[in-house]
Ligand binder design. Structure first.
Ligand code: GLC
Length: 677
């Protein structure tokens, strides 16, 4: 948008006094912005979160996790870790639109999601909320979520910009990251989400980057986000993340949430009067608020809660990752199943903190499996101190059955905002329970409910392992449908499961109580490290089994004005229909073995061959080098692979980088249209 047309729009708000405009740049309360009806600016309602709407019910007595009112009942999607493992942007769009319809129904204008920070360490408390250890997968899923939310007239708010990769000392920790690493890893996902999703809002993170608080960081907001990427939407702070309101407004942070009462707005008004904030800066922020209140004003489609439950279940089905299977799964008809574990009846279906919601409906594995098979249940263990009698009852049930399915979750204190995980272990009793079950000699399948990588009990000795993550409202039914074969699992890991936490590349630099967190591992994060260093892992990024098999052939690459077309034959070698995610990696720089440049999830009927195709931006071959994103190699080895360690099919390719197009995206133009009405 050129500045002249912007000037024309400013006239319609410049009539407001500085004091009034200043109050608009600070929240009215925890969940609302200020209204100025005479200027056509509505008060907007902002609500969490990434897995469903958490909108406070002022009439509810029960406190939620913030000791405020609990929220209205809502459909709970599987957590971000699950959504990322679906590798299915189209489904994510549908799920986000479903959540947005519920938001609109409750009068919510801005949904505070997607949460999309990079997963730097499996100890990250909010890894459950985030999508992946790869920026392309993260950004692509986030962009789909944004478009889904905004397709229903609700604003999405991409968060937490940027580098909120630990909950330790999260309000002040200074993330020390080399420029190329910041650009290619910690900003790249946001860049993709902004350019391909066109979110109306972005939320600044609590932490500092390069010594500056994110919400006051001129370089990453006005510099990178606005001038380089062309983002002209609204930037808000995380809750109470602003320390200096004047500095934040000048850095490009339009709205301080929730509010520091009159202190901030008075500071802004004073600063404008003495020229520390230009009138234009203030007017632009007010204009963005007015435009947002116009973009989100329309009525929405009525939510269908049954349909939304089914969508939540479909995401859980497409996200679950079959890590191991010797044929024990799916459990055949007529088999007697010993279903063990308290989480089979009381699932850990969501994480803690601002993402936690009042789920309208939650299905459990026990109820759903009993509809489909002959099941005997014993709790065995949930967490805390093991109980010998419960162990004995579980072993007895196992001895009376043909197959054992044990349902285990990460500790209830894991997977929550504001605290990182102490380790990747489950509770001690889980390991002892599995040992006892294995002694019965019966086949044992594990079902995991975790928001981040865990050390899996007896992984080398159990017969099957299904990771279902924190799988939301439909998770119990989804798990039952997978376990009995109604659904063929198709999830692929979006985060490496290491053999030991000490193998993680960030482990040596992840300090205990950091004032400063030095990202010493640099670009060697996640599978970028393990594949380059040849460090073995429990289960690699991109890993996931199916109840059928797939083979690839005939990889081809061509380039047109549209982009780089990559296609490969995928043959289903088994007797069941299935979905396969073809992952495309390239060696983009000398220092790393391979990096994801594209992916496509395809459905392949039993015994058939499908041509999987995708078109990628040639920019995916580029890396941040000497202050710009450029291709540093002449030719690239491209691999079509089943996971990050898979040798796969290889082809060399020389992409042609197009001239840089203007960054002005559709959203800015849409903003103009709104204004002119
Ligand atoms: C929290 C979270 C953020 C959330 C906001 C409102 O502290 O960091 O994700 O949207 O505050 O609850």
């Amino acid at each position: 948008m050129n500045i002249n047309s912007l000037d024309r729009k400013m006239k319609s708000i410049s009539a407001l006094g500085v004091g009034v405009k200043a109050t608009l740049t600070v929240g009215a309360d925890d969940w609302h912005t200020v209204a100025v009806p005479r200027a056509g600016i509505r008060s907007m309602t902002l609500c969490d979160g990434p897995a469903g709407i958490r909108c406070e019910d002022p009439t509810s007595a029960s406190p939620d996790n913030f000791n405020q009112h609990d929220s209205f009942p809502a459909t709970c999607l599987p957590c971000g870790a699950a959504i990322g493992s679906s590798w299915n942007p189209e489904l994510v769009f549908l799920a986000a639109a479903a959540v947005a319809r519920e938001a609109k129904e409750l009068g919510v204008d801005v949904l505070l999601g997607p949460a999309m920070n990079h997963k730097r360490t499996p100890l990250g408390g909010r890894n459950f909320e985030y999508y992946s250890e790869d920026p392309l997968l993260t950004g692509t899923i986030a962009a789909a979520f944004v478009r889904g939310v905004q397709s229903e007239g609700v604003a999405a708010c991409v968060k937490h910009y940027c580098a909120n990769n630990t909950e330790r000392n999260r309000l002040t920790v200074d993330e020390e990251i080399d420029e190329d690493v910041l650009r290619d890893i910690y900003l790249r996902g946001f860049e993709i989400a902004v350019k391909r999703g066109e979110p109306y809002c972005i939320m600044g993170a609590y932490n500092r980057v390069g010594g500056q608080f994110c919400c006051e960081n001129e370089r990453i907001i006005n510099g990178v986000l606005r001038r380089e990427w062309g983002f002209d939407g609204l930037v808000m702070s995380d809750w109470r993340a602003v320390h200096d309101r004047v500095k934040a407004l000048n850095a490009g942070c339009d709205l301080e949430m929730p509010f520091q009462t009159k202190k901030s707005s008075a500071a802004v008004a004073r600063a404008v009067r003495v020229g520390k904030i230009s009138a234009e800066t203030l007017d632009k922020s007010v204009w963005r608020l007015k435009r947002l209140s116009a973009l989100t004003a329309a009525e929405g489609h009525k939510p269908d809660y049954d349909e939304n439950y089914i969508i939540s279940r479909r995401v859980a089905e497409e996200s679950a990752v079959l890590l191991k299977n010797d044929g024990t799964l799916p459990v055949g008809n007529g088999k007697k199943i010993a279903l063990i574990g308290g989480r089979a009846v009381n699932p850990k279906f969501q994480g803690g903190g601002s993402a936690r919601l009042n789920a309208r409906r939650v299905t459990d594995i026990m109820t759903e499996l009993a509809k489909r098979a002959d099941v005997i249940y014993a709790e065995g263990y949930t967490e805390g101190e093991p109980d010998a009698d419960k162990f004995a009852a579980a072993v007895k049930a196992a001895e009376a059955a043909d197959v054992v399915i044990a349902v285990l979750s990460s500790p209830s204190t894991d997977d929550a905002e504001d605290r990182d995980r102490p380790g990747i272990e489950l509770s001690p009793g889980a390991y002892r329970l599995v040992e006892e079950l294995l002694k019965t000699g019966k086949p044992v399948a594990l079902v995991l409910q975790s928001g981040a990588p865990v050390k899996i009990p007896c992984a080398d000795r159990v017969n099957a392992i299904l990771e279902t993550f924190l799988s939301g409202s439909g998770g119990g039914e989804a798990a039952a449908r997978i376990l009995t074969g109604e659904v063929n699992p198709s999830g692929r890991l979006a985060e490496t499961y290491p053999l030991r936490y000490e193998d993680c590349p960030a482990a040596p630099y992840y300090s205990e109580s950091p004032e400063t967190m030095r990202y010493g591992e640099g670009m060697l994060t996640g599978y970028r490290y393990y594949t380059t260093a040849g460090v073995p892992v429990a289960y690699p990024f991109g890993w996931g089994l199916s109840y059928t098999g797939f083979e690839y052939s005939d990889l081809a690459l061509t380039q047109t004005d549209e982009g780089v077309h990559i296609s490969v034959n995928v043959t289903n070698t088994g007797k069941r229909d299935g979905k396969e995610t073809v992952q495309l990696y390239a060696k983009k720089r000398e220092s790393l073995k391979r990096e994801l440049i594209g992916f496509v999830k395809v459905e392949v009927p039993a015994g058939r061959t499908v041509r999987a195709e995708t078109v990628i931006d040639p920019e995916e071959f580029a890396v941040w080098h000497d202050g710009a994103r450029t291709c540093v190699l002449d030719r690239y080895e491209v691999v079509a692979a089943r996971h990050s360690f898979d040798e796969g099919l290889k082809k060399n390719f020389a992409p042609v980088m197009p001239l840089q197009s203007a960054n002005i995206n559709e959203f800015n133009h849409k903003g103009e249209q709104i204004w002119e009405k």
